[in-house]
Design a protein around this ligand. Structure first.
Ligand SMILES: Cc1cc2nc3c(=O)[nH]c(=O)nc-3n(C[C@H](O)[C@H](O)[C@H](O)COP(=O)(O)OP(=O)(O)OC[C@H]3O[C@@H](n4cnc5c(N)ncnc54)[C@H](O)[C@@H]3O)c2cc1C
Length: 250
């Protein structure tokens, strides 16, 4: 790869295929990357001599040597088919500068509601892994997290469902609520059923929505973000306390 100083080379260290169109990519950057948990990286692959780039939320914490991404294949997309063709050792470009303001609002906010569709769990994973390290080192104030994570089918929640369950041991005030919308295809499912925004509505009563210490974060599918924002706004959460990261436009 012939890249200028704005980029570094990343190499695929490992991938975990979750389904035909979902995979977790672990990338070894050629040098350490600076970012805040919740931010996104700009990844690129060359196609026909042209670099195609897109934004991807980092799922790993800034404390980890590898960058982790949870990516959905868009079959007619310009970049994701190339990413899904990558094999261990293959290179891709990573913009040196990581961006985004979708980070934990620590300005007197201690109760965080996080709602994600499928791959939208990535920034929350980064935030929680990072918070757990800081809490264990005595660097974090006590906080409460409610994470609602939705998918059509349970396996599309990836390895993050088990990770969030395990994370409760490190972050005691963490509530993780997985929900699926196509339970007919998932006979053994015993958890919540329905879309993220509907489950959010159900859990909203137990949350201190009107308190200044409350902050909400919505990530992933644009329709979920619009609907969840409506639920929160009607519950009198003011706009400044609702943060969102929309992955695409309809
Ligand atoms: C800040 C930010 C962070 C993001 N983080 C992630 C992430 O962690 N994981 C991830 O998988 N994606 C993420 N995305 C989306 C990603 O940047 C690309 O848009 C996506 O991977 C599609 O790229 P593509 O080039 O293959 O498709 P494109 O050629 O860009 O898109 C083709 C068409 O598909 C639509 N489309 C794009 N994504 C989807 C989708 N998921 N489902 C249905 N339609 C879609 C587009 O609106 C467009 O109409 C993020 C986007 C932003 C803005």
């Amino acid at each position: 790869m012939n890249l200028d100083s704005k980029f570094i080379v990343g190499r695929l260290a490992e991938r975990v295929d979750i389904s035909d169109d979902l995979a977790i990519f672990h990338i070894q950057p050629e040098e350490p990357c600076n970012f805040i948990a919740g931010q996104y990286a700009t990844l690129g692959v060359e196609r026909d001599g042209k670099l195609i780039e897109r934004a991807y939320s980092v799922a790993s914490s800034p404390y980890e040597p590898l960058l982790e991404f949870f990516i959905e294949l868009v079959p007619d997309g310009r970049l994701t088919p190339s990413i899904f063709n990558l094999r261990a050792g293959d290179a891709l470009s990573v913009r040196r500068r990581f961006s985004g303001r979708f980070v934990l609002d620590t300005n007197s906010k201690t109760h965080h509601l996080m709602a994600a569709t499928v791959t939208g769990i990535a920034p929350f994973t980064s935030m929680l892994r990072s918070y757990a390290v800081d809490a264990e080192a005595g660097r974090a104030v006590p906080m409460t997290f409610t994470v609602i994570h939705g998918a059509s089918r349970s396996w599309e929640l990836g390895t993050y469902r088990a990770e969030m369950e395990e994370m409760k041991k490190r972050v005691p005030n963490l509530i993780y609520v997985p929900t699926i919308s196509r339970c007919g295809e998932d006979c053994d499912w015993r958890g919540e059923v329905g879309r993220v925004e509907d489950v959010l509505r159900k859990y909203a009563d137990a949350l201190p929505l009107e308190e200044a210490s409350f902050s909400a974060y919505l990530c992933g599918h644009p329709q979920m973000i619009e609907n969840a924002r409506g639920v929160l706004t009607r519950a009198r959460v003011d706009a400044k306390r609702i943060h969102s990261e929309k992955y695409f436009t309809l």
